[in-house]
Design a protein around this ligand. Structure first.
Ligand SMILES: [Zn+2]
Length: 356
């Protein structure tokens, strides 16, 4: 079979979206699509192309002084009776249309049609975003070829329905332990009830007033919640152990370490065990390429509430945001689709920003 990504297809990001969707690429099975993408990029004389696994990197070398990354994952969640793609009115239906082959189409179209962008550009088409992070193509590149990720700013073309979602909140999971002394309930005065002792922990959670923090125009609402509680062993035993599992979502003006300290303050006097943790990412919208990007889009950025690969770039010191044509509410759904108008708007915006 020849490469379906022909020159005729590549010039139209809408046709290209369909062609990308019709090459099935469920996580761990991206090879055929990565081969097609690599082949197309190698034919573009202005790009240097490298590959690791099923992740393809292509970049310009124009000595522009500033470099921007455009990134998208090639994989999709398992197909759900929704391939090949279909078109109904202004909508393209099919697995991966929204998350995120519409976004990949924007980057690939730009890669082959814009030989002289205003910034040097690095394109990353990576594997295995939808599964455990040990397989994630961006992670593998960061370990094996960190130089590929050198840049001043990055845009991930994940579905945002044309909105700009910047930075992301961090997260900490922890257990607050209370201890007591076991006794038979018939002689309860000999024991100390650890579940009763957890009452004060719950009261502190109830009284907690989470912060709302605005950074670079993005508003982050923190939250601290009990998510699970464990304690007790039998109907006639005063329990000697109880633990309240909590989850803190914190704005990116706190470091991971400061978030841990904050939890220790809230639960001062109790034994606190941190069980998992990931840093947030600052929106970083004051860099020149970011400011010009926002001017080209012409809308105010919003805070990203979940955790995304944007934080991987932030960990490398690269400000990053999400901007893509798909509707995030439709990602992974059997009726997943993308609006043709959003693809056209997206490509027009990227051209306004990047064309000389
Ligand atoms: Zn995605």
């Amino acid at each position: 079979m020849g490469n379906p990504l022909t020159p005729d297809v590549l010039v139209d990001p809408v046709v290209l979206t369909r062609a990308l969707v019709d090459v099935e690429s469920v996580s761990r099975d991206e090879k055929v699509l990565a081969d097609c993408v690599e082949d197309v990029l190698r034919k573009a004389a202005h790009l240097t192309v490298r590959r690791v696994g099923n992740t393809v990197m292509a970049r310009t070398r124009l000595d522009r002084g500033q470099r921007v990354i455009l990134a998208g994952h090639l994989d999709t969640v398992p197909v759900n009776g929704n391939l090949p793609s279909t078109v109904v009115d202004d909508l393209i239906y099919g697995c991966g249309t929204s998350d995120m082959k519409g976004g990949v189409a924007l980057a690939l179209h730009l890669a082959v049609t814009l030989p002289d962008p205003r910034y040097d550009l690095t394109y990353l088409f990576y594997e295995a975003e939808e599964i455990e992070s040990e397989h994630n193509g961006l992670n593998l590149v960061a370990e094996a070829h960190p130089k590929w990720l050198k840049a001043d700013f990055a845009v991930l073309l994940e579905p945002t329905y044309g909105a700009v979602e910047a930075g992301c909140q961090g997260t900490v999971g922890a257990r607050v332990h209370t201890r007591g002394r076991r006794a038979h309930t018939a002689r309860a005065w000999r024991g100390v009830n650890a579940i009763h002792a957890a009452g004060e922990v719950l009261r502190r959670l109830e009284d907690y007033r989470p912060r709302t923090v605005t950074i670079d125009g993005c508003t982050y609402r923190e939250g601290l919640n009990a998510v699970r509680i464990r304690g007790g062993m039998a109907g006639n035993v005063v329990p000697d152990e109880c633990s309240v599992e909590v989850n803190l979502r914190f704005a990116p003006d706190r470091s991971e370490k400061q978030a841990h300290e904050h939890l220790r303050e809230v639960f001062d006097g109790y034994e606190l065990e941190i069980t998992d943790s990931a840093p947030g990412a600052l929106p970083g919208l004051d860099a020149a390429p970011a400011r010009e990007f926002l001017a080209a889009v012409g809308i105010e950025p919003a805070a990203k509430l979940g955790w995304t690969d944007v934080a991987r770039f932030a960990a490398l010191g690269i400000p990053a945001l999400n901007y893509g044509p798909g509707d995030p509410a439709l990602a992974h759904a059997p009726d997943e689709h993308v609006e043709i108008g959003k693809i056209r708007d997206g490509v027009a915006t990227l051209y306004r920003w990047l064309a000389p």
